[in-house]
Design a protein around this ligand. Structure first.
Ligand code: FMN
Length: 169
């Protein structure tokens, strides 16, 4: 197992944060990793909003179905896409940011439960931009257990749809 795989295997959704700040160099590494993400045709039609202001973090958490634990993290990232752009590219970008944050030891959590109108209002996002997902990034105050996954046989198929691929986990 190498460090990259360890990072991906050890990521957990963290829903409890300490208020410790995110050093600027760590934030820079997270943003820079996102910037290097692949996009279809290298279009890069995305923007990431970095929310560190405590009042805005609170309002953002409120707009995310009152998931107020988000506001305790040092920053919240919100991934948006230019008009007409699909969701895939934005999801790849946010995933790279999440894995970069994980590799630096921070907790994160994909947040897709939000009221788009409220998020737009709080973060001043234009109406024609798409909102993909958000994540807090901060020092974890929890050690969540790994959540179960379906077995390989339920997920993987050999050559064509139907024949499961089995292996020992
Ligand atoms: C697109 C997406 C949206 C999600 N939205 C939320 C959310 O709004 N609130 C939350 O607490 N977790 C959310 N999650 C986290 C999932 O519940 C979590 O990834 C899943 O239970 C597996 O747990 P793990 O991330 O610890 O492996 C979301 C995950 C994804 C991928």
């Amino acid at each position: 197992m190498n460090e990259t795989l360890e990072t991906m295997w050890n990521r957990r959704s963290v829903r409890k944060y300490k208020s410790d700040p995110l050093p600027p160099e760590h934030l820079r590494l997270i943003l820079e990793t996102a910037r290097r993400a692949p996009t279809g045709g290298n279009r890069q039609k995305w923007r990431m909003i970095v929310i560190s202001d405590p009042d805005l973090r609170r309002k953002t958490a409120e707009a995310c179905s009152h998931q107020m634990w988000m506001a305790d993290a040092a920053v919240i990232l919100c991934l948006v896409t230019e008009p007409g752009e699909g969701q895939v590219n934005g999801a790849i970008v946010l995933d790279q940011a999440i894995l970069a944050a994980t590799s630096l030891g921070y907790g994160t959590c994909w947040v897709g439960a939000y009221d788009a109108d409220k998020i737009r209002e709080v973060l001043d996002i234009p109406d024609d931009y798409g909102i993909i997902c958000l994540t807090p990034v901060g020092v974890s105050a929890d050690e969540p257990k790994a959540r179960p996954r379906k077995s390989p046989g339920e997920l993987f198929m050999r050559e064509q749809f139907g024949t499961p691929i089995e292996y020992d986990v």
